[in-house]
Design a binder for this molecule. Sequence first.
Ligand code: SF4
Length: 282
Amino acid sequence: MNKTIIKAPSVEMTKFSNLFIEMTAQNCNLKCKNCYVNVTDKKTKDFIPIEKVKQTLSDMTKNELEYIHLTGAEPMLHPDFNQILRLCLKYSSVIIHTNALNINDKKARFLRKVEEENEAGNEIVFMISIDHYKEEENDLLRGRGSFRKAIHALQSLYKYDFNPILAIVNHYSIPEKELKNNFKQLCASFDFETTDMNFKIIPLMRKDLVCDNPTDIDYQSLNLECKTSRTLTINGIFACPLLASDNRGKCGNDINDFSSRTYLETPYCSQCMSNNRYLFSF
Ligand code: SF4
């Protein structure tokens, strides 16, 4: 009998330049529509232990990483957030992916001090989630009050000499140029001077949407997070932040022993392939 074996496309890591650390899988102070994270229980104690972060970083070759990313749900809710941030800064610059609800003038001043005190000279970069340039539209997606808090955080960070990036999920498929121009005007209204570098437009990723896998392309040539990064969680090492709670994305138990090949077999993977862009890094 002639058996047809259908193999999922796969890619091999080309470099390991980004380490994502999932600080908590479920704790968040917002409940945004279409979030890729399953935020089900705010009281779940699922914070990654600082010892696990310490061990992982000491097992990695120094200077290999370009960025360490602190992700979640909401990473700044981790009770040891400041300690973990200081630890990571010894190894590389750190990108904090946050809804910014915990950032005010006092926190921004403190974080400026943390950055200045790190002897390695690494920097802290903020990726602030905000999904629309109009308050009403944003709050429909992210919850009441989230727009004002994000704007307030942007002002505080700018005041303390940070140059935050706005991470914008494009829920309404607005043309990117139009979206950026509207956000630029919004930022200019509170004297935050921006360039295109201040905006990361992220296509809406849906858990249930399967796109056709392109057949006529070299998968290895695509811009996929799983080619350049791995994600550390309390449950082991995963291919990317999108699959950090999906066993199909599990690559291994720890940083000394994980697979460098990823099989792209989930609905997120098919969307990633058709988008062909890094969703979290540069
Ligand atoms: S979701 Fe995207 S980045 Fe993650 S493993 Fe699939 S293709 Fe790679």
